[in-house]
Design a protein around this ligand. Sequence first.
Ligand code: PMP
Length: 323
Amino acid sequence: TEWTPEQDWHDPRVVPYGPLSLDPATAVLHYAQEIFEGLKAYAHADDSVWLFRPEANAARMQRSAARLALPQLPIEWFTGSVKALIEADRAWVPTGEERSLYLRPFMFASEVFLGVRPSQHVTYSVIASPAGAYFAEGVKPVDIWLSSEYSRAGAGGTGAAKCGGNYAASLLPQQEAASHGCAQVAFLDSVEHRWVEELGGMNLYFVHSDGSIVTPELSGSILEGITRDSILTIAQDLGHDVIERKVSIDDWRDGVADGTITEVFACGTAAVVTPVGKLKWDGGEVVSAEGEPGKVTADIRGALVDIQYGRAEDRHGWMTRAV
Ligand code: PMP
C-alpha cells in the first residue's frame, strides 16, 4: 500500500513476489528513512493459523514511524496486511515442530528527490517466508562477543526504533563477533560503556540463584522486544520475581563467575528463547551454560512455545486467529 499526504494510505493489494523497481533518487536509498517489523504465524494442530501479538508489532511500528517521521499505519491495516497474505494461500504456513511463517512488514520513503526532509510518498509492504527452527542443532547455548568499541544506538538517537539504520550500525560489530566464533554481539550503552543493553538481534535475561530473573530496563536505546515483554509475564506465571533494572557488564561477568547468576538467556521472535553459553571479550570469558539449556531457560521457552503452537491455554489473549 502507498501513502501520500493527500490520499492517506490507499491501494492495498497482494501481488506475486518479485523485484521492486526504484528510481536512483528514491529517498530511502540515501537517508535510510525506513522501518520494519518481524512476527510469525503458527499453524495449530486443528489446521487453524494464528498470529502472536500482532497488535504489539503494529504498535511498535507506529512508535518507529513517529521517530523516523513516517506516517502512522493504523493497527487494523497492519494486522489486515499480514492476514491477507495468509488468506491468499494457507499452504504458505508450514506445519511441524518449530515451523512457522515469518512475516516481515516494512515501510520506506519512496519519494524521488535529493533534499533532506521527510518523504511525501511512502510505501508499506509485507514479505512472507517459511521459517524452520532457528538453530539447526536444536536449542544449544550460543556464544556472545562483547563489543568493546561500538554501541548499537545512542541516547536520543533512533535506538528504540526498529529502523534499518540501527542494523547498519550493528553489522561491523556482528562481523567481529563472528570472527571470534560468536553467534551474537552484546552491546553496552553508548555513554558510560558500562550498562548492558541487548544483543544484535535479541534481548537478554539473567536468572539469579534466588530464582529472580533480571532484564535490563528499557533505556531508550534498547529495542522493546515483544518476546522480552511476553517473558516478563510468563516468568511471573512460573513463579519467578521479575526485575527490570540496570545491569552492568561487571554484574554479568562477576555474577556468572561467582554463581549468583545461574543462567543467561536471550530472546526474540526468530529464536524465541536461546541459552547463552560463553560471554567472551578481548582477554577473557565467562561460561554460563555448556551443552544443554538450564532448567529455567528451558521452562520459559517451553511455556512460550506451547502458547504459540496452541498446546497451552492462551491465558493472556496473545493469539489472533488469521484463518
Ligand atoms: N533486539 C534487537 C536489536 C532485535 O533486532 C530484536 C528482533 N526484533 C529483538 C531485540 C527482539 O525483539 P522481538 O522479541 O520483538 O523479536
